[in-house]
Ligand binder design. Sequence first.
Ligand SMILES: [Zn+2]
Length: 149
Amino acid sequence: MKYAGACHCGKLKASFETQKTPQALGVRTCQCAFCRAHGAVNISDPEGVTTIECAPGDVERYTFALRTADFLICKTCGVYIAAVIGEGDRIVSTLNVAGLRITEFLDIDEAPMEYGAETTEDRIARRYTKWTPTTFSDPALAAANFGPH
Ligand SMILES: [Zn+2]
């Protein structure tokens, strides 16, 4: 199945393809201060495909703490849509289905996650194992380095 969503103003769009049902895939709520401030609810599937469609000038690539990933925030409406790590043909991401309003994933029991005790190396390794292979429609973003920085 293919699922799609956008930020509040519509400038950042994302689609997500997976063989799993939303129930089987599940949703996670990272308990870090950034994710709680945004009410983020996240999904990923290492066997799926995510496509992010936006213009480079419309997206803020916010980085904090260990600076191991970029958090994509709409410069117009302020919605956080995805966290992205990697570069070239090895870019992976997790989508915030609450920010993107991907409604099929919004009525599922949330699994709270605590990642604060991870080392930097563990965090990077987990993301490459668990997050979704990702492409950007915009060539400049496709060529960008999303971390670690
Ligand atoms: Zn927006």
